[in-house]
Design a protein around this ligand. Sequence first.
Ligand code: HEC
Length: 486
Amino acid sequence: MLRKYSYLPIVLMFSIYVVLGSIGGCSNNGGGEPTPTPTPSPPPVSDVLGAVFIDMGDEPVSCDDPIWDVAEEISVTTTTVDAGMLYGDGQLNMSGTLGGTNDFNSGNPANLKLTALYTLGSGEIFIKASWDDGIFNLDRRRALYNGPADPDKMDDPEGWTSQLNDDKIGLAFEIDPGTSSEFGTFDDVGCAAVCHNVGGEGLDMRPETGKADIWHWKTSRSEPVAYVNDQFADPVGGRQTDAGVSIESRNRAGGSNRGGPMLIWDGTEQIISFGPRIGEMLDPAFILLDGHLLDVEAEGRDADIGEVIYQASCAACHGVDGEGGIGPALDTIKYGRTSDAELDALIAAGTHPGAGAYDALGDEDKADLRLRIDGFWGVPGYYLKMPSGSAADVTTISALNYSEDGINSLTPITVAQAPDFNEYLNRYKFQQSGHCVVMIRDLETGFDDDTQFDTSQTYPFGVALMDNDGKNHIGKTKLTLEFLLP
Ligand code: HEC
């Protein structure tokens, strides 16, 4: 079958990063100083993160808040924690950190830095993490119809597949004393004590004894609503979301990574109803929000039927892969922001040369055709909910903006990124200098799926970074958090 996708030679990967510009993020020499300052020397490498006491009312409101200067920022040396892990059938181009540090940030250093603050009256902890990552990945398991192949996998890309991945940081603390795995105890080896080789199928976050608290920040599935996915790992369930309503749900029909979307955007404004991003509107081209969705699985829509109709009645003018021709391209971001009803009106418009062919179809065929057209730009692989209960304990601050204006202000990457090196996918990935995120939680939550922080104690913890990946990661398995006396 005809394919528009092209693969760049692997050798080009070594020149990717030289062209990347910088946007947003958290820069050390920003903050509006009146005169240019020399490049600051990197903070000291340390395994001890000392949280500094601040007064209530001085809580940081951004990554650049001057209050961070009262605490010592530390550099964290990161190494490959997990590499070489691929996803199962139908999941393509999801392993950007496949080669560990060789792939993370295109092989450039992560330069992870951490700073911590705490308050006593309101009893909160603030952990700031910044790291270098020249590409903002904000997609995960996007449903694409006839999407690109994955050079690392034999999977057939025809029909629906689940493609791409997001960027993440994870922190892991011990909940139950004595949490351990075959690698040792949490006290000795940090979060490696949560890693367990399950049935020889690779490492899983599932301690053999005890329980660990996991703060899992994700560019596509937690930051858009400004919460961290608050999880825990135990021997029975492995890694799972804390009690309450979880932020993220998988959007796939038939429970299959080849099933296409279960839900599509219904055309209503996706305005966040509470939490740190209250009032912000999410761009449906990248983020779907519960309450603003149409259930196409329940309607029984079938994109494979739509594909047959498309190739017979539309492809001659719009291209086999929707790339355009006599008629405009149908694989652009515009279609991520066009509701089903709007799409119907565009195709049925009296001036449209294809309107006659469309009008001759029955309603079900029309609906199948529209779902197939959704598969050109693709449909987000998850939908978000506003979390509640223990799942809503950790909130965030970052400079990321997921509105249409925010996404429009980003610049797509120009040189394709691993693992696919596929230029078609560049439209879903944007230039940046790195990530900066502040994670905020009450010192004590009272929930048994969280670590409770007592400021007279020290806490071993681990940190993991993922770049366009969710399995392979780099990081540091054991650091120590301590609370410095006021
Ligand atoms: C004979 C050529 C031709 C055929 C066949 C055709 N189209 Fe079009 N289509 C066009 C042209 C030209 C335009 C732009 C002008 C317009 O909208 O009237 C267009 C516009 C569109 C648009 C709106 C694009 C935009 O950005 O505003 C959609 C959606 C679309 N076509 C879908 C379809 C579908 C689905 C079919 C198959 C049922 C189809 N077209 C068949 C030529 C064609």
